[in-house]
Design a binder for this molecule. Structure first.
Ligand SMILES: Cc1ncc(COP(=O)(O)O)c(C=O)c1O
Length: 439
Protein backbone atom coordinates (compact mmCIF):
# COMPACT_ATOMS: atom_id res chain seq x y z
CA UNK A 1 0.00 0.00 0.00
CA UNK A 2 1.23 3.47 -0.86
CA UNK A 3 2.42 5.56 2.10
CA UNK A 4 -0.23 8.21 1.39
CA UNK A 5 -2.97 5.59 1.80
CA UNK A 6 -1.55 4.06 4.95
CA UNK A 7 -4.27 3.91 7.58
CA UNK A 8 -1.77 4.73 10.31
CA UNK A 9 -0.87 8.04 8.64
CA UNK A 10 -2.80 10.96 10.14
CA UNK A 11 -3.68 14.06 8.11
CA UNK A 12 -1.50 16.09 10.49
CA UNK A 13 1.57 13.97 9.76
CA UNK A 14 0.96 14.05 6.00
CA UNK A 15 0.60 17.84 6.06
CA UNK A 16 3.70 18.25 8.21
CA UNK A 17 5.87 16.25 5.80
CA UNK A 18 4.38 18.08 2.82
CA UNK A 19 4.99 21.48 4.45
CA UNK A 20 8.59 20.53 5.20
CA UNK A 21 9.60 19.22 1.77
CA UNK A 22 7.23 19.81 -1.16
CA UNK A 23 7.39 22.89 -3.37
CA UNK A 24 3.93 23.13 -4.93
CA UNK A 25 3.55 24.52 -8.47
CA UNK A 26 1.62 27.79 -8.95
CA UNK A 27 1.21 28.18 -5.19
CA UNK A 28 2.19 30.76 -2.61
CA UNK A 29 4.99 29.92 -0.19
CA UNK A 30 3.40 28.82 3.08
CA UNK A 31 1.47 25.99 4.66
CA UNK A 32 -0.12 23.43 2.31
CA UNK A 33 -3.77 23.79 1.30
CA UNK A 34 -4.75 21.08 3.74
CA UNK A 35 -6.40 18.98 1.03
CA UNK A 36 -4.66 15.61 1.35
CA UNK A 37 -6.18 13.13 -1.06
CA UNK A 38 -5.50 9.49 -0.28
CA UNK A 39 -7.42 7.49 -2.87
CA UNK A 40 -9.93 7.71 -5.69
CA UNK A 41 -12.38 5.62 -7.65
CA UNK A 42 -14.56 6.58 -10.61
CA UNK A 43 -15.65 10.18 -9.96
CA UNK A 44 -15.04 10.05 -6.20
CA UNK A 45 -12.06 10.97 -4.03
CA UNK A 46 -11.30 10.36 -0.36
CA UNK A 47 -8.94 12.42 1.79
CA UNK A 48 -6.58 10.98 4.40
CA UNK A 49 -9.27 11.40 7.08
CA UNK A 50 -11.76 9.38 5.01
CA UNK A 51 -13.89 12.36 3.90
CA UNK A 52 -15.47 11.68 0.51
CA UNK A 53 -15.73 14.19 -2.39
CA UNK A 54 -17.24 14.22 -5.87
CA UNK A 55 -14.31 15.04 -8.13
CA UNK A 56 -15.60 18.00 -10.11
CA UNK A 57 -12.07 18.79 -11.30
CA UNK A 58 -11.11 15.41 -12.85
CA UNK A 59 -7.84 15.36 -10.92
CA UNK A 60 -5.81 17.88 -12.89
CA UNK A 61 -8.63 18.31 -15.47
CA UNK A 62 -7.30 15.19 -17.15
CA UNK A 63 -8.88 12.12 -15.57
CA UNK A 64 -11.53 11.65 -18.26
CA UNK A 65 -11.94 7.88 -17.82
CA UNK A 66 -12.31 8.17 -14.05
CA UNK A 67 -10.01 7.05 -11.25
CA UNK A 68 -8.81 3.50 -10.63
CA UNK A 69 -9.49 2.01 -14.08
CA UNK A 70 -8.03 -1.47 -14.01
CA UNK A 71 -7.44 -1.58 -17.79
CA UNK A 72 -5.35 1.63 -17.72
CA UNK A 73 -3.29 0.37 -14.79
CA UNK A 74 -2.81 -2.96 -16.57
CA UNK A 75 -1.68 -1.18 -19.76
CA UNK A 76 1.19 0.44 -17.84
CA UNK A 77 2.29 -2.79 -16.17
CA UNK A 78 1.97 -4.92 -19.30
CA UNK A 79 4.00 -2.47 -21.37
CA UNK A 80 6.69 -1.96 -18.71
CA UNK A 81 7.15 -5.73 -18.41
CA UNK A 82 7.56 -5.98 -22.19
CA UNK A 83 9.56 -2.83 -22.92
CA UNK A 84 9.79 0.42 -20.94
CA UNK A 85 11.11 2.66 -23.66
CA UNK A 86 13.40 3.19 -26.62
CA UNK A 87 14.72 6.66 -27.41
CA UNK A 88 12.69 7.66 -30.47
CA UNK A 89 15.62 9.74 -31.77
CA UNK A 90 17.39 6.52 -32.76
CA UNK A 91 14.83 3.75 -32.58
CA UNK A 92 11.12 2.98 -32.65
CA UNK A 93 8.63 0.89 -30.74
CA UNK A 94 5.20 -0.44 -31.51
CA UNK A 95 3.03 1.56 -29.06
CA UNK A 96 4.15 4.96 -30.43
CA UNK A 97 3.47 3.83 -34.01
CA UNK A 98 0.07 2.41 -33.11
CA UNK A 99 -0.88 5.58 -31.20
CA UNK A 100 0.27 7.92 -33.98
CA UNK A 101 -1.76 5.86 -36.47
CA UNK A 102 -4.80 5.95 -34.17
CA UNK A 103 -4.54 9.75 -33.77
CA UNK A 104 -4.29 10.14 -37.56
CA UNK A 105 -7.52 8.15 -37.86
CA UNK A 106 -9.28 10.21 -35.18
CA UNK A 107 -8.15 13.60 -36.50
CA UNK A 108 -8.52 12.85 -40.23
CA UNK A 109 -8.20 15.55 -42.91
CA UNK A 110 -4.51 14.94 -43.62
CA UNK A 111 -3.35 15.29 -39.98
CA UNK A 112 -1.19 12.20 -40.15
CA UNK A 113 2.18 12.95 -38.54
CA UNK A 114 2.63 12.98 -34.75
CA UNK A 115 5.49 14.16 -32.56
CA UNK A 116 5.37 13.05 -28.90
CA UNK A 117 6.43 14.91 -25.74
CA UNK A 118 5.52 14.65 -22.05
CA UNK A 119 3.43 17.65 -21.00
CA UNK A 120 1.06 20.13 -22.56
CA UNK A 121 3.73 22.83 -22.29
CA UNK A 122 6.27 20.73 -24.16
CA UNK A 123 3.68 19.99 -26.82
CA UNK A 124 2.95 23.69 -27.33
CA UNK A 125 6.68 24.49 -27.29
CA UNK A 126 7.20 21.84 -30.00
CA UNK A 127 4.24 23.16 -32.02
CA UNK A 128 5.66 26.71 -31.97
CA UNK A 129 9.08 25.45 -33.00
CA UNK A 130 7.51 23.40 -35.81
CA UNK A 131 5.55 26.43 -37.02
CA UNK A 132 8.55 28.80 -36.92
CA UNK A 133 10.92 26.30 -38.57
CA UNK A 134 8.28 25.47 -41.17
CA UNK A 135 8.72 28.98 -42.54
CA UNK A 136 12.53 29.08 -42.31
CA UNK A 137 12.71 25.64 -44.01
CA UNK A 138 10.81 27.18 -46.92
CA UNK A 139 13.23 30.11 -47.10
CA UNK A 140 10.43 32.53 -46.13
CA UNK A 141 11.18 33.24 -42.45
CA UNK A 142 8.26 34.40 -40.33
CA UNK A 143 8.81 35.02 -36.64
CA UNK A 144 5.63 36.32 -35.04
CA UNK A 145 3.05 34.32 -33.09
CA UNK A 146 -0.41 35.61 -32.22
CA UNK A 147 -2.34 34.26 -29.24
CA UNK A 148 -5.07 35.28 -26.81
CA UNK A 149 -4.24 37.64 -23.93
CA UNK A 150 -6.41 35.38 -21.74
CA UNK A 151 -5.08 32.17 -23.28
CA UNK A 152 -2.90 29.74 -21.38
CA UNK A 153 -0.55 27.33 -23.11
CA UNK A 154 1.88 26.18 -20.45
CA UNK A 155 4.84 27.21 -18.38
CA UNK A 156 8.02 26.90 -20.44
CA UNK A 157 9.53 30.33 -21.26
CA UNK A 158 8.06 30.32 -24.76
CA UNK A 159 4.65 29.07 -23.62
CA UNK A 160 4.44 31.66 -20.85
CA UNK A 161 5.16 34.46 -23.32
CA UNK A 162 2.03 33.40 -25.24
CA UNK A 163 -0.14 34.30 -22.26
CA UNK A 164 -1.01 37.62 -20.71
CA UNK A 165 -2.72 36.10 -17.68
CA UNK A 166 -1.46 37.70 -14.46
CA UNK A 167 -0.62 34.31 -12.92
CA UNK A 168 1.45 33.29 -15.96
CA UNK A 169 3.19 36.64 -16.46
CA UNK A 170 6.54 35.77 -18.06
CA UNK A 171 9.65 36.55 -16.02
CA UNK A 172 11.95 36.00 -19.01
CA UNK A 173 12.05 37.88 -22.32
CA UNK A 174 10.16 36.13 -25.11
CA UNK A 175 12.31 34.20 -27.59
CA UNK A 176 9.99 35.34 -30.40
CA UNK A 177 7.69 38.34 -30.88
CA UNK A 178 4.21 37.56 -29.62
CA UNK A 179 1.07 39.65 -30.14
CA UNK A 180 -1.68 38.90 -27.65
CA UNK A 181 -5.28 39.66 -28.51
CA UNK A 182 -7.54 40.92 -25.71
CA UNK A 183 -11.19 39.92 -25.51
CA UNK A 184 -13.42 42.60 -27.03
CA UNK A 185 -16.45 41.71 -24.87
CA UNK A 186 -17.12 40.22 -21.47
CA UNK A 187 -16.68 36.43 -21.50
CA UNK A 188 -20.43 35.92 -21.00
CA UNK A 189 -21.15 37.69 -24.32
CA UNK A 190 -18.89 35.51 -26.44
CA UNK A 191 -21.38 32.72 -27.04
CA UNK A 192 -23.07 35.28 -29.32
CA UNK A 193 -22.00 35.43 -33.01
CA UNK A 194 -22.05 39.27 -33.13
CA UNK A 195 -19.56 39.45 -30.23
CA UNK A 196 -17.40 36.88 -32.02
CA UNK A 197 -17.40 39.09 -35.14
CA UNK A 198 -16.01 41.94 -33.01
CA UNK A 199 -13.39 39.59 -31.61
CA UNK A 200 -12.41 38.46 -35.11
CA UNK A 201 -11.94 42.13 -36.00
CA UNK A 202 -9.36 42.40 -33.19
CA UNK A 203 -7.60 39.27 -34.48
CA UNK A 204 -7.54 40.69 -37.99
CA UNK A 205 -5.90 43.88 -36.73
CA UNK A 206 -3.28 41.88 -34.78
CA UNK A 207 -2.49 39.69 -37.78
CA UNK A 208 -2.09 42.70 -40.06
CA UNK A 209 -0.32 45.06 -37.64
CA UNK A 210 1.88 47.22 -39.87
CA UNK A 211 5.64 46.81 -39.42
CA UNK A 212 5.26 44.04 -36.84
CA UNK A 213 6.61 41.28 -39.07
CA UNK A 214 4.87 38.37 -40.72
CA UNK A 215 2.90 35.98 -38.58
CA UNK A 216 4.11 32.37 -38.55
CA UNK A 217 1.31 30.93 -36.45
CA UNK A 218 -1.79 31.58 -34.44
CA UNK A 219 -2.02 29.54 -31.22
CA UNK A 220 -5.49 29.22 -29.65
CA UNK A 221 -7.59 27.08 -27.34
CA UNK A 222 -11.12 26.29 -28.58
CA UNK A 223 -12.34 27.28 -25.09
CA UNK A 224 -10.21 29.40 -22.74
CA UNK A 225 -9.61 27.18 -19.74
CA UNK A 226 -7.27 29.02 -17.35
CA UNK A 227 -8.57 32.31 -18.78
CA UNK A 228 -11.84 31.79 -16.88
CA UNK A 229 -13.78 29.20 -18.87
CA UNK A 230 -14.50 31.41 -21.89
CA UNK A 231 -16.82 29.67 -24.37
CA UNK A 232 -16.97 31.03 -27.93
CA UNK A 233 -19.70 30.73 -30.52
CA UNK A 234 -18.53 28.15 -33.12
CA UNK A 235 -18.30 30.97 -35.69
CA UNK A 236 -15.21 32.31 -33.90
CA UNK A 237 -12.84 29.46 -34.71
CA UNK A 238 -14.32 29.14 -38.20
CA UNK A 239 -13.62 32.85 -38.77
CA UNK A 240 -10.09 32.54 -37.38
CA UNK A 241 -9.43 29.62 -39.75
CA UNK A 242 -10.50 31.88 -42.63
CA UNK A 243 -8.23 34.74 -41.47
CA UNK A 244 -5.28 32.32 -41.24
CA UNK A 245 -6.01 30.87 -44.69
CA UNK A 246 -6.11 34.33 -46.25
CA UNK A 247 -2.60 35.04 -44.89
CA UNK A 248 -1.09 31.57 -45.15
CA UNK A 249 -0.68 31.53 -41.34
CA UNK A 250 -0.51 28.14 -39.59
CA UNK A 251 -3.40 27.57 -37.17
CA UNK A 252 -2.20 25.73 -34.06
CA UNK A 253 -5.12 24.53 -31.92
CA UNK A 254 -4.35 23.77 -28.27
CA UNK A 255 -6.54 20.79 -27.37
CA UNK A 256 -4.61 20.10 -24.15
CA UNK A 257 -7.74 20.74 -22.05
CA UNK A 258 -10.51 20.28 -24.62
CA UNK A 259 -9.27 17.15 -26.40
CA UNK A 260 -10.75 13.65 -26.10
CA UNK A 261 -14.36 14.47 -25.37
CA UNK A 262 -14.28 17.22 -22.73
CA UNK A 263 -16.51 19.56 -24.77
CA UNK A 264 -18.90 16.89 -26.05
CA UNK A 265 -16.95 16.42 -29.29
CA UNK A 266 -13.79 14.35 -29.60
CA UNK A 267 -11.90 17.63 -30.22
CA UNK A 268 -13.00 21.18 -29.39
CA UNK A 269 -12.34 22.46 -32.92
CA UNK A 270 -14.97 20.02 -34.26
CA UNK A 271 -17.75 22.35 -33.02
CA UNK A 272 -16.59 24.82 -35.69
CA UNK A 273 -16.22 22.30 -38.53
CA UNK A 274 -12.61 23.31 -39.21
CA UNK A 275 -9.28 21.51 -39.58
CA UNK A 276 -6.24 23.03 -37.84
CA UNK A 277 -2.71 22.81 -39.30
CA UNK A 278 -1.29 21.61 -35.98
CA UNK A 279 -3.15 20.03 -33.04
CA UNK A 280 -1.61 19.78 -29.55
CA UNK A 281 -3.01 17.18 -27.16
CA UNK A 282 -2.19 16.08 -23.60
CA UNK A 283 -4.21 15.70 -20.34
CA UNK A 284 -7.07 13.41 -21.49
CA UNK A 285 -4.86 11.50 -23.92
CA UNK A 286 -3.84 9.16 -21.06
CA UNK A 287 -6.67 10.14 -18.75
CA UNK A 288 -3.88 11.64 -16.63
CA UNK A 289 -2.56 8.20 -15.58
CA UNK A 290 0.93 8.96 -16.96
CA UNK A 291 2.42 12.06 -18.64
CA UNK A 292 2.19 12.34 -22.42
CA UNK A 293 1.56 14.95 -25.07
CA UNK A 294 1.15 14.69 -28.82
CA UNK A 295 1.54 17.23 -31.61
CA UNK A 296 -0.07 16.21 -34.87
CA UNK A 297 0.37 17.98 -38.21
CA UNK A 298 0.31 17.26 -41.92
CA UNK A 299 2.83 15.23 -43.86
CA UNK A 300 3.47 18.35 -45.93
CA UNK A 301 4.72 20.28 -42.86
CA UNK A 302 6.76 17.22 -41.80
CA UNK A 303 8.38 16.72 -45.22
CA UNK A 304 9.42 20.38 -45.30
CA UNK A 305 11.84 19.65 -42.43
CA UNK A 306 14.03 17.66 -44.85
CA UNK A 307 15.57 21.02 -45.74
CA UNK A 308 16.58 21.83 -42.14
CA UNK A 309 20.30 22.69 -42.41
CA UNK A 310 21.49 20.68 -39.36
CA UNK A 311 19.58 17.38 -39.12
CA UNK A 312 17.31 17.56 -42.11
CA UNK A 313 14.65 17.20 -39.43
CA UNK A 314 13.23 18.67 -36.21
CA UNK A 315 15.81 19.94 -33.70
CA UNK A 316 13.66 19.29 -30.66
CA UNK A 317 12.81 16.34 -28.40
CA UNK A 318 12.98 14.78 -24.94
CA UNK A 319 14.48 11.60 -23.50
CA UNK A 320 11.00 10.27 -22.78
CA UNK A 321 9.29 11.64 -25.93
CA UNK A 322 6.72 8.96 -26.79
CA UNK A 323 7.49 6.77 -23.76
CA UNK A 324 6.23 3.27 -24.55
CA UNK A 325 4.19 2.91 -21.33
CA UNK A 326 2.56 6.31 -21.88
CA UNK A 327 1.62 5.39 -25.46
CA UNK A 328 0.21 2.06 -24.25
CA UNK A 329 -1.98 3.87 -21.68
CA UNK A 330 -3.12 6.33 -24.36
CA UNK A 331 -4.21 3.42 -26.58
CA UNK A 332 -6.10 1.88 -23.65
CA UNK A 333 -7.64 5.29 -22.86
CA UNK A 334 -8.90 5.65 -26.43
CA UNK A 335 -10.40 2.14 -26.18
CA UNK A 336 -12.30 3.17 -23.04
CA UNK A 337 -13.46 6.49 -24.56
CA UNK A 338 -14.81 4.68 -27.62
CA UNK A 339 -16.22 1.56 -25.92
CA UNK A 340 -17.96 3.50 -23.13
CA UNK A 341 -19.11 6.23 -25.55
CA UNK A 342 -17.67 8.91 -23.29
CA UNK A 343 -17.94 11.70 -25.85
CA UNK A 344 -21.72 11.24 -26.05
CA UNK A 345 -21.84 10.89 -22.26
CA UNK A 346 -19.96 14.20 -21.88
CA UNK A 347 -22.56 15.85 -24.12
CA UNK A 348 -25.57 14.39 -22.27
CA UNK A 349 -24.28 14.68 -18.70
CA UNK A 350 -22.91 18.15 -19.52
CA UNK A 351 -26.37 19.32 -20.62
CA UNK A 352 -27.85 17.98 -17.34
CA UNK A 353 -25.14 19.66 -15.26
CA UNK A 354 -25.62 22.98 -17.06
CA UNK A 355 -29.38 22.77 -16.44
CA UNK A 356 -28.78 21.86 -12.79
CA UNK A 357 -26.35 24.70 -12.11
CA UNK A 358 -28.03 27.18 -14.49
CA UNK A 359 -30.24 28.58 -11.71
CA UNK A 360 -27.14 29.91 -9.93
CA UNK A 361 -27.07 32.72 -12.51
CA UNK A 362 -29.45 34.67 -10.26
CA UNK A 363 -27.36 34.14 -7.12
CA UNK A 364 -25.56 37.01 -5.41
CA UNK A 365 -21.93 36.88 -6.50
CA UNK A 366 -22.60 34.97 -9.76
CA UNK A 367 -22.47 36.84 -13.07
CA UNK A 368 -22.92 33.98 -15.55
CA UNK A 369 -23.35 30.23 -15.92
CA UNK A 370 -22.32 28.74 -19.26
CA UNK A 371 -20.93 25.53 -20.62
CA UNK A 372 -19.80 23.32 -23.47
CA UNK A 373 -20.06 19.56 -23.04
CA UNK A 374 -18.83 18.51 -19.63
CA UNK A 375 -17.27 21.90 -18.89
CA UNK A 376 -19.72 23.96 -16.86
CA UNK A 377 -18.54 27.43 -15.84
CA UNK A 378 -19.95 29.44 -12.93
CA UNK A 379 -18.45 32.91 -13.35
CA UNK A 380 -18.40 34.88 -10.10
CA UNK A 381 -18.15 38.61 -9.48
CA UNK A 382 -14.51 38.36 -8.37
CA UNK A 383 -11.73 35.84 -7.81
CA UNK A 384 -12.17 36.35 -4.05
CA UNK A 385 -15.86 35.46 -4.26
CA UNK A 386 -15.03 32.39 -6.36
CA UNK A 387 -12.43 31.30 -3.78
CA UNK A 388 -14.91 31.65 -0.88
CA UNK A 389 -17.61 29.75 -2.77
CA UNK A 390 -15.16 27.03 -3.78
CA UNK A 391 -14.24 26.51 -0.13
CA UNK A 392 -17.90 26.21 0.88
CA UNK A 393 -18.51 23.80 -2.01
CA UNK A 394 -15.53 21.77 -0.78
CA UNK A 395 -17.10 21.60 2.70
CA UNK A 396 -20.20 20.21 0.94
CA UNK A 397 -18.13 17.43 -0.63
CA UNK A 398 -17.38 18.66 -4.15
CA UNK A 399 -14.02 19.72 -5.56
CA UNK A 400 -14.24 22.30 -8.33
CA UNK A 401 -11.48 24.01 -10.30
CA UNK A 402 -11.09 27.77 -9.89
CA UNK A 403 -9.85 29.71 -12.93
CA UNK A 404 -9.64 33.44 -12.16
CA UNK A 405 -13.15 34.49 -11.10
CA UNK A 406 -14.77 31.33 -12.50
CA UNK A 407 -15.50 27.96 -10.96
CA UNK A 408 -15.27 25.12 -13.45
CA UNK A 409 -17.20 21.88 -12.96
CA UNK A 410 -15.27 19.41 -15.08
CA UNK A 411 -15.95 15.94 -13.64
CA UNK A 412 -14.60 12.76 -15.23
CA UNK A 413 -16.42 11.93 -18.47
CA UNK A 414 -17.59 8.66 -16.88
CA UNK A 415 -19.91 10.46 -14.47
CA UNK A 416 -23.47 9.11 -14.63
CA UNK A 417 -26.83 10.90 -14.19
CA UNK A 418 -26.89 10.06 -10.45
CA UNK A 419 -23.41 11.54 -10.07
CA UNK A 420 -24.47 14.72 -11.84
CA UNK A 421 -27.50 15.02 -9.52
CA UNK A 422 -25.29 14.52 -6.48
CA UNK A 423 -22.72 17.07 -7.64
CA UNK A 424 -25.48 19.56 -8.44
CA UNK A 425 -27.33 19.20 -5.15
CA UNK A 426 -24.12 19.50 -3.11
CA UNK A 427 -23.11 22.68 -5.01
CA UNK A 428 -26.62 24.16 -4.64
CA UNK A 429 -26.47 23.30 -0.93
CA UNK A 430 -23.19 25.17 -0.60
CA UNK A 431 -24.64 28.23 -2.34
CA UNK A 432 -27.67 28.11 -0.02
CA UNK A 433 -25.29 28.26 2.97
CA UNK A 434 -23.17 30.98 1.34
CA UNK A 435 -26.46 32.89 0.93
CA UNK A 436 -26.42 36.60 0.17
CA UNK A 437 -22.95 37.19 1.60
CA UNK A 438 -21.18 35.50 -1.31
CA UNK A 439 -20.46 38.77 -3.10
C1 LIG B 1 -5.04 24.66 -22.70
C2 LIG B 1 -3.77 24.28 -22.02
N1 LIG B 1 -2.62 24.27 -22.70
C3 LIG B 1 -1.46 23.93 -22.14
C4 LIG B 1 -1.41 23.56 -20.82
C5 LIG B 1 -0.09 23.18 -20.20
O1 LIG B 1 -0.05 21.82 -19.96
P1 LIG B 1 0.97 21.23 -18.86
O2 LIG B 1 0.54 21.75 -17.53
O3 LIG B 1 0.79 19.74 -18.99
O4 LIG B 1 2.33 21.66 -19.24
C6 LIG B 1 -2.58 23.55 -20.06
C7 LIG B 1 -2.55 23.18 -18.64
O5 LIG B 1 -3.49 23.31 -17.90
C8 LIG B 1 -3.79 23.93 -20.66
O6 LIG B 1 -4.95 23.94 -19.99
Amino acid sequence: MDAAVSVSMTSGAVAERDDAHVWHPWSPVGPSSGLMIARAEGYRLWDVDGREYVDGASGAMNCSCGHGRAELVAAVGDQLRTLAHVDLSFGAHEPSGRLAERLAGLLGHGLTRTFFANSGSEGIEAACRIALNHWSNRGEPRHRIVSFERGYHGSTALCQSLSGLPAALPDLPSAVPVARVALTDEPRALTDPAACDRLLGAWERALDEPGAGEVAAVVVEPLLNAGGGVVFHPSFLAGLRRLCDERGVLLVVDEVFTGFGRTGEMFGFRHSGITPDVVVMSKGITSGYVPLSAVTTTDEVYRGFASDPVYGGLRYGHTTSGHAAACAVALATLDVIERDELVANARDRGAELLRGLGGLAGHAGVVDVRGLGLTVVVECSSAGTAARLREEIGRHGVLLRQQMSSLLAVPPLVIDAAGVRELTSRVLGAFAVAGGHAG
